[in-house]
Design a protein around this ligand. Structure first.
Ligand SMILES: Nc1ncnc2c1ncn2[C@@H]1O[C@H](COP(=O)(O)OP(=O)(O)OP(=O)(O)O)[C@@H](O)[C@H]1O
Ligand SMILES: [Mg+2]
Length: 355
């Protein structure tokens, strides 16, 4: 069963419209987007809406196979074409005939195989390994990648002519954090799916506050990560546990959200050993083990300042409240802030008296 393309955002609605227009043209399509955004879902939707849906949808992952195996998988081979070729075998171009050939992770196709691919796309003909005969093929080629192919062309790892052949129709799927409106319908869809898959389990839908946190989380693993969280919740039954376990220190996650999703006060620790050590202090906010190029990208004084000041404020507020037995009025006087500000900060930093 194919997964429907769920989403109500402008970008998903536009993609749905494009799928509808392109489905019967057989123009080559290139689908791009970060990991987990739904490139394969879009490829499947194109196929399902087309007249080719009664034929095969054949997928090949160009990143998963070593060069020689990828070539024989694509074009097939004759008996004796290479050591171990005990009998003739058809390739994906043959099994996908009249249907769809989905070239997944096309950006990882070795450059040595790209000229043959270009030839097949231009001529509609190919010959299996070990054969001189050219076979005709009628496949609709849909390719996907999470690489920036323009950059790969500049780095000479991807052929420009092949790029133009594949990129006749381009479908760019934005990351989930740029289309937050899709999060509630995706939760609804996967909640129903897993509820029927695990009818005995006691998972629940997120309440309004949890939904807000989930909508504001940047989902570096996109829909796949969200989907896995919902599945986990159905089994584990605890949204707060799921939220606690969301990776917070991902470089793509803005500081406010790191604070927002950080509901467990025990996670905030300033290691005294590092208190006066510059590297130690910085390492609490950015990952110093990455390459300098990436590190420089991650370092933002504004972001670190906010993270650091939030941490210290939270620690000081908790320290004073503990000292005065959680008497907020006394604590606000000691901290020299208004009672209202203290309450606001306690909510912001999720500072609660022990139960
Ligand atoms: N719009 C969507 N509606 C429903 N399910 C979706 C949607 N987008 C993604 N998914 C689900 O999220 C998971 C990842 O989607 P998919 O495999 O299509 O992503 P991808 O872009 O191909 O990722 P990768 O680059 O890692 O291969 C799948 O289980 C898919 O069913
Ligand atoms: Mg994929």
């Amino acid at each position: 069963m194919t997964t429907p393309l769920i989403g109500v955002s402008k970008s998903i609605l536009k993609i749905k419209e494009l799928i509808h227009h392109v489905a019967n043209t057989c123009l080559n399509v290139l689908i791009t987007g970060e990991t987990g955004v739904g490139k394969e879902v879009v490829a499947q939707s194109l196929y399902s809406e087309s007249a080719r849906s009664s034929k095969n949808f054949v997928k090949i992952n160009c990143a998963a196979l070593p060069e020689t195996l990828l070539e024989s998988e694509l074009y097939g081979y004759e008996k004796g074409a290479f050591t171990g070729a005990h009998r003739k075998r058809p390739g994906k171009f043959q099994t996908a005939d009249k249907g769809v050939l989905f070239l997944d992770e096309i950006g990882d196709m070795p450059i040595s195989l790209q000229s043959k691919m270009l030839h097949v796309l231009q001529s509609g003909e190919f010959s299996p390994l070990g054969s001189d005969t050219e076979f005709k093929t009628d496949v609709w080629v849909i390719a996907a990648t999470n690489h920036n192919l323009e950059e790969s062309i500049r780095n000479k790892t991807f052929r420009e002519d092949l790029f133009y052949r594949l990129n006749i129709i381009k479908i760019e799927i934005p990351p989930l954090r740029e289309r937050k409106e899709d999060i509630p319908p995706l939760i609804e869809y996967y909640y129903r799916t897993y509820k029927s898959e695990y009818p005995e389990s006691g998972g629940t839908k997120p309440d309004a506050h949890t939904l807000e946190i989930l909508c504001n989380y940047p989902w570096p693993g996109n829909v796949r990560q969200l989907q896995n969280c919902i599945k986990k919740q159905i089994v584990l039954r605890s949204w707060s546990k799921i939220i606690d376990e969301l990776p917070k220190e991902h470089p793509m996650i803005p500081a406010e959200i790191q604070t927002e999703t950080n509901t467990n006060s025990n996670q905030i620790q300033i290691n005294p050993e590092f208190a006066n050590d510059r590297t130690g202090i910085i390492s609490q906010f950015v990952d110093l083990s990455t390459s300098s190029e990436k590190l420089f990208e991650d370092i933002s004084l504004k972001k670190i300042k906010k993270l650091a000041s939030d941490r210290v404020e939270k620690e000081v507020i908790t320290f004073v409240l503990e000292k005065v037995g959680w008497n907020r009025s006394r604590a606000s006087k000691i901290l020299k802030i208004s009672y209202k500000t203290l309450l606001y900060k306690m909510t912001e930093f999720k500072v609660h008296p022990p139960i």
